[in-house]
Design a binder for this molecule. Structure first.
Ligand code: SF4
Length: 196
């Protein structure tokens, strides 16, 4: 039996005055032909809407990420459709799946090859804490080797959860000071992981 086809023959009039929001615009002062704001806010706005993820997928959670990138969930809506596999071009490391201890140095090397500023999401129970694999061979969370910014729970997390984690990264990126990466606190964090 063929699927019923519906036509939208009574389209609603769009109210552009209220439909187009300026919610993302940073706070500042505006006047006749000018707008001033903080440099950090402008840089944050640009960065958070042009994140380039590097998917490090080793097992089943990677399949959920594929669904997140596909047309139904469409991560491209967040400006993150440019998935890269060269660490030097990416700024968001998304670790999805079980990381064996033998694989840990590879994850760390990928992280080190990424340029600052860089962020990390641990997607799924395995990346967050080892998940159900409480065994001698599995790393019990990637935060043992690299600093993690956002943890997405679930086994596997649904694409909605991955998108939620991504939006939390966007919040962090949008509000991060341009000086944070040169600060003592950040250096101390990297030092605790043995990263110069
Ligand atoms: S968290 Fe669950 S679904 Fe994700 S990689 Fe581990 S076992 Fe697979």
């Amino acid at each position: 039996m063929s699927r019923p086809v519906r036509f939208n023959i009574h389209p609603k009039e769009a109210d552009y005055a209220t439909a187009i929001g300026y919610g993302d615009a940073p706070p500042g002062f505006s006047g006749e032909g000018f707008f001033t704001t903080k440099l950090s806010d402008v840089v944050g706005l640009a960065r958070k809407n042009s994140i380039w993820p590097l998917p490090f997928a080793t097992s089943c959670c990677g399949i959920e990420f594929m669904a997140t990138m596909a047309s139904h969930y469409d991560l491209a809506r967040f400006g993150a459709e440019r998935v890269g596999f060269s660490p030097r071009q990416c700024d968001l490391l998304m670790v999805m799946g079980t990381i064996a201890k033998k694989m840990a140095p590879v994850v760390k090397q990928v992280y080190l090859q990424m340029a600052e500023p860089r962020w990390v999401i641990a997607v799924g129970a395995c990346a967050c804490s080892g998940g159900i694999f409480d065994s001698y061979s599995v790393l019990q969370g990637i935060d043992q080797i690299v600093p993690v910014d956002v943890y997405v729970p679930g086994c596997p997390p649904r694409p909605e959860a991955i998108i939620d984690g991504f939006m939390r990264i966007q919040e962090l990126v949008g509000h991060e000071s341009v000086r944070r990466r040169n600060g003592e606190q950040y250096k101390a964090l990297l030092d605790s992981y043995g990263i110069q």
